[in-house]
Ligand binder design. Structure first.
Ligand code: SF4
Length: 351
């Protein structure tokens, strides 16, 4: 009989690992705590660098999981370690005897309300990267009415001690450049500005996107952190920043400001960590077993990690990490259950 593998999290990492493990012949059970598979990808419109529709990518990932038992609106209620396996009670009443677990709990976006100085939730014309993607997807947002001047603020809640996050979120520079181009396409007359600390565009073709934004669309990049946002009497925004290249303060009036909220550890990490006896590091992400060489193995036997559960990752990195985790799980199960290849009955299912 096949080994059971429980995947926790139905975002890109969980979906990709599920498909890979299913193809290897394992019995895969995927649980997702929200009502929908896909994580943040399900809410995104297009992806950098080539602006492929997110639905297309997600559709492919979901299609590849055919045969995987998927439970949405489902979480872990309790878990017990047996000799070689885990007895996992789910909130939907099902109990799974699982020989390996993969935690693919993803990430949350920084709550921009916490950066009060940027005015999100205070001024009507301030929105986040996620809000803008929702607008691109639906074509609806009351905040967007033919804006003439649009600003993007990088590193919101990332690389920021005061927000409790020192690390770079990896994706938001490229997202800002992509969204700046899309706004220029939607509103060709608008002036678009990106306020950045330094640009981190390290992936293949990401630099091309940056050059395209400047040369073809005239997006202006201003090196400097925004210090304060306030509202003018006419409802426009007054943005104060420091241009660190020209070494002088800057004031600019904008019709719309987009905050690039960074990645934060998923809110589920703490509870999951307690259930699974897993160590959470100071930055709020799960610890892996030993640095570079065992990036997908947790310190707990039979529990593996993939995607943003261990830190910010781009989508291609997440998918590669999920495939690596699937390989690690296969190696582990082959070592722990050498006769599992004969599909000996090791598990009891209750559905
Ligand atoms: S990717 Fe860019 S915007 Fe995002 S945290 Fe890193 S430097 Fe800041």
């Amino acid at each position: 009989m096949k080994n059971n593998i429980l995947i926790i999290g139905g975002g890109p990492a969980g979906l990709e690992a599920s498909a890979q493990l299913q193809r290897m012949g394992y019995n895969v059970i995927l649980i997702e705590r929200s009502a929908q598979l896909g994580g943040h990808l399900a809410k995104w419109d297009r992806l950098f660098p080539d602006r492929v529709p997110a639905d297309e990518v997600l559709g492919g990932l979901i299609h590849a999981t055919e045969g995987v038992k998927c439970f949405t609106d489902t979480d872990i209620r309790a878990i017990n370690r047996l000799e070689k396996s885990y007895n996992v009670r789910l909130t939907n009443g099902i109990t799974v005897l699982s020989d390996a677990l993969l935690v693919a709990s993803g990430f949350d976006l920084f709550n921009a309300v916490r950066k009060e100085e940027y005015g999100y939730g205070i001024y009507n014309q301030v929105m986040t990267n996620a809000d803008l993607e929702a607008y691109f997807k639906t074509g609806r947002d009351k905040r967007i009415e033919n804006p003439k001047k649009i600003g993007f603020v990088h590193c919101v809640g990332s690389r920021d001690e005061k927000s409790g996050c020192r690390s770079c979120s990896k994706v938001c520079c490229a997202t800002a450049v992509k969204q700046a181009i899309e706004m220029k396409q939607a509103f060709p007359q608008a002036d678009v500005f990106c306020f950045y600390m330094d640009l981190r565009l390290f992936g293949r073709h990401y630099e091309d996107l940056y050059l395209e934004a400047q040369k073809e669309y005239g997006v202006r990049f201003i090196r400097g952190r925004v210090a304060e946002v306030s509202e003018n009497y006419d409802g426009t925004l007054l943005v104060k920043a420091e241009d660190t290249v020209a070494s002088k303060p800057l004031k600019i009036t904008l019709d719309l400001l987009v905050l690039m909220s960074g990645m934060r550890p998923s809110a589920s990490v703490k509870e999951l960590g307690e259930h699974l006896g897993m160590m959470v590091e100071e930055d709020g992400y799960f610890a892996v077993r030993s640095g570079i060489a065992a990036g997908q193995r947790s310190p707990q036997p039979g529990i593996f990690l993939a995607g943003a559960a261990t830190g910010p990752k781009t989508l291609p990195e997440t998918l590669a990490d999920a495939r690596a985790a699937a390989m690690e799980i296969d190696r582990y199960l082959t070592e722990i259950f050498p006769d599992a290849r004969n599909y000996k009955q090791l598990v009891k299912e209750r559905w």
